[in-house]
Design a protein around this ligand. Structure first.
Ligand code: BG6
Ligand code: MG
Length: 220
């Protein structure tokens, strides 16, 4: 008997490789401000909202004199650079293994949702042809607190009428794994075990993935 009610996917870095575009845009901004961003520092930007990411970037560059207006201005500039890339996306940008695995879930009648901190999620889903593919989409326009707060995943579970403890989250961000754990859900990290060590399971990507992976997460 199936004990999983729903499967919730982060978008950036799990369904599509937009985490790279975010990194490029933050790096460009950092360079304009006179410093650099390393891949390790970038891990802290994943999963958190645009404005919180900016605060982290400014802290890394030891920049503490900007007005709120200036911060909003440079966050918008970063977002404009980022959007130049996502507006060019097509269904070919869906990461390997993703559409096969989503197809398997649908065929087996699992409810699926997106749980993303991004305010650009709608644009991305439209570009890749997934606008009406998921049973629920909760994104940065619908939440008050970004990951590691569990709000985004709890909202998705509520929309799907699923019990959080019977939900599985796929995430590429450490903050996202923490959010899933804080929501009382099971978590599958997509990426490096060094970064995602708080996840129940870590996989490198969704290639050749089978639903039987859930067997390892169900409490018997
Ligand atoms: C998350 C990304 O999905 O969305 C973060 O992992 C990003 O890196 C956040 O900062 C907010 O995105 P956006 O598109 O609203 O700037
Ligand atoms: Mg992500």
């Amino acid at each position: 008997m199936k004990k999983i009610d729903a499967v919730i996917f982060d978008l950036d870095g799990v369904i599509v490789d937009t985490a790279v575009f975010h990194y490029q845009a933050w790096k460009r901004l950092a360079h304009e401000l006179g410093f650099d961003l390393t891949p390790e520092q970038n891990e802290h930007l994943k999963g958190v909202s645009r404005i919180e990411s900016l605060e982290i970037v400014l802290e890394i560059g030891r920049i503490n004199h900007l007005t709120q207006k200036k911060k909003e201005e440079i966050a918008t500039k970063k977002n404009d650079w980022y959007r130049e890339n996502i507006l060019k996306m097509t269904p070919d940008d869906i990461l390997p293994g993703v559409s096969d695995f989503l197809g398997k879930l649908k065929k087996a009648n699992y409810k699926i949702a997106i749980g993303s901190s991004s305010k650009n999620a709608g644009t991305i889903l439209e570009r890749i042809g997934y606008s009406s593919y998921f049973d629920a989409v909760v994104d940065g326009t619908k939440i008050n607190y970004s990951k590691p707060d569990p709000e985004v995943f709890i909202k998705a579970a509520n929309l799907l009428k699923a019990n959080p403890k019977n939900c599985i989250v796929f995430e590429d961000a450490a903050a996202g794994i923490e959010a899933a754990n804080n929501a009382g859900m099971k978590s599958i990290g997509v990426g490096s075990p060094d970064v995602l060590y708080k996840a129940n399971i870590v996989i490198p990507d969704l290639r050749n993935l089978d639903i039987s992976i859930f067997d390892n997460l169900i409490e018997h």
